[in-house]
Every structure is written in structure tokens, then in C-alpha cells.
Design a protein around this ligand. Structure first.
Ligand code: UDP
Length: 252
């Protein structure tokens, strides 16, 4: 075992943000079974380390409010459709996690009593303390927001030490690495750099909320086996976003 793999995880309670697009894998719509299975393996490995976990799931693989609006549906109705899509995804993720042997609870910001629990902050915390993975669905329950903002809000109110943004690429790049072979991955960024350079990591309100609550954001690829545990140990390819640059930290 290498020295790096023996390093203990740096966090006690974490929030994983998984977009609908990431659940889609290489398909055009819906859920990719192998991506869901891979996600379950990652979450299980972190659970084995005694780290409390909650997740916020997006809905973009099914519908987004702005897409619905473009096809003539009222924007607010479209946003409600998008929030319902996140519940569908949360149930798919729940099913996979439970097949992997994890205990889970889906908590929705839009009450849906016969399907899942309502989102109640204290209940979410209690579930995590009991070793259950909490899957937050329904965004924040209001239109004109995104699940990125919901992730930052839940991370702050549930006392998470870090927000992990799972994507199909292993960090934040200077350009789209699929299109530009010269694109370089940032190892570290500050919240300010992300906002000032308009880097497409999460929307600005999510970044600002994370900054206000001093919650670091780690962007990584959930498709690489073992990646989640590695990034929690500070290893493997990822980008970490915090208040300070690496130079400032070294000098402090
Ligand atoms: N949404 C919303 N309020 C929220 C969260 C989400 O209205 O608090 C709607 C919005 O229309 C959004 C859609 O749900 O486009 C799906 O969420 P998102 O686009 O964040 O999903 P992701 O891109 O993460 O898959």
C-alpha cells in the first residue's frame, strides 16, 4: 500500500452533487446502469471509512425549466417539472445504493409523502448520524434555482465539510478538454477566480454560498473507480476551490 493511500480522509461529513447529465453516462437521456453502479461503489467505499454522506441530485437528464420554457411551457411550471425530475433520479440512485447494501433515505424539498420523506434539516442530520446516506431531492423547492445552489445550501445547513461536484471530467479545465487537446486542469482555484473568470463549475449563487460558508468545493470524475475516496484523501486528479490560493496557504 502506498503512503498516499494510507492517508486518512480529511473530512467527516460530505455532500456529493451529482448532475442528471452525469447519471446519463454516454446515453442521450435517462440513466446509465453502469454509471449508477459505479456511483454506488464509490459511495459504499466512503461509507466504509465512517464518513457521513448526503447527496444532491440534479434533473437535467430528464428536463430543465429553461428547456421546457423554450417549448412553450410556462417557466415556473417547467421548473416544477425539473424539480420532479430530480425526485425520479433520486429514487433511481436510492435503489442502486440499497442494492449495494447501503441504508438510504430520500428527502424531498417538494413533499411527496407516499414516495419519500419531506426535507427536514434535523431529520437529515439524524439519518446521517445513524449511518444512512441522505439523498436530497427537489432542489430547494423553489423555481428559478438550480440543484447546484441546492447543493451549496444543503452543504451549509447540514454542516458538511466539503462539497464534491461529480462530473464526467476530472476537474476544472482552461477549456473543454474533449475539444481542446491543450486544455489544462487547474489543481486549485479560489472562489474569486471561478467567479471572475466565469469558469463553468457551478452557478454563481452556488459558488457565493459555498464561499460565505467557507465550504471547499472539489470537482472530480466519478467515473474513475476509487476516485471519491482518493479525492477525500487529497489524492488523484481533481480541482479544489477554496478562499486561498496554494501560495497564500504556503505562506500563512
Ligand atoms: N430546479 C428548480 N429549483 C431548484 C432546483 C432545480 O426550479 O431548486 C429545476 C430547474 O428547472 C432545473 C431543473 O430543476 O433546470 C433540474 O435541475 P438542474 O438543472 O440543476 O439539474 P442538473 O443540471 O444538475 O442535472
Amino acid at each position: 500500500m502506498s503512503e498516499a493511500s494510507e492517508r486518512p480522509p480529511r473530512f467527516r461529513r460530505v455532500l456529493l452533487k451529482m448532475s442528471g447529465e452525469a447519471l446519463m453516462g454516454d446515453s442521450d437521456f435517462g440513466h446509465d446502469p453502469s454509471t449508477l453502479a459505479q456511483l454506488a461503489r464509490e459511495v459504499l467505499s466512503v461509507h466504509g471509512q465512517g464518513i457521513e454522506q448526503c447527496m444532491v441530485i440534479g434533473g437535467g437528464n430528464i428536463i430543465r425549466g429553461d428547456q421546457a420554457a423554450a417549448s412553450g411551457i410556462e417557466r415556473v411550471t417547467g421548473d416544477s417539472m425539473g424539480m420532479l425530475a430530480t425526485v425520479i433520479n433520486a429514487l433511481a440512485v436510492q435503489s442502486r445504493l440499497e442494492q449495494a447494501g447501503l441504508q438510504t433515505r430520500v428527502l424531498s424539498a417538494i413533499p411527496m409523502a407516499s414516495v419519500c420523506e419531506p426535507y427536514i434539516r434535523r431529520r437529515a442530520i439524524r439519518h446521517m448520524e445513524k449511518g444512512r446516506v441522505v439523498i436530497c431531492a427537489g432542489g430547494i423547492g423553489s423555481p428559478y434555482f438550480t440543484t447546484d445552489t441546492a447543493a451549496a445550501l444543503r452543504a451549509a445547513e447540514l454542516g458538511c465539510d466539503v462539497m464534491l461536484k461529480a462530473t464526467k471530467v476530472d476537474g476544472v479545465y482552461t477549456a473543454d478538454p474533449k475539444r481542446d487537446p491543450l486544455a489544462k486542469r487547474f489543481d486549485r482555484l479560489t472562489y474569486h477566480e471561478v467567479l471572475a473568470q466565469d469558469l463553468k463549475v457551478m452557478d454563481a449563487s452556488a459558488i457565493s454560498l459555498a464561499r460565505e460558508s467557507a465550504i471547499p468545493i472539489i470537482v472530480f470524475s466519478v467515473l474513475q473507480p476509487g476516485a471519491l475516496l482518493r479525492v477525500l484523501r487529497g489524492d488523484g486528479p481533481h480541482t479544489i476551490i477554496t478562499e486561498e490560493t496554494a501560495t497564500e496557504e504556503a505562506g500563512s
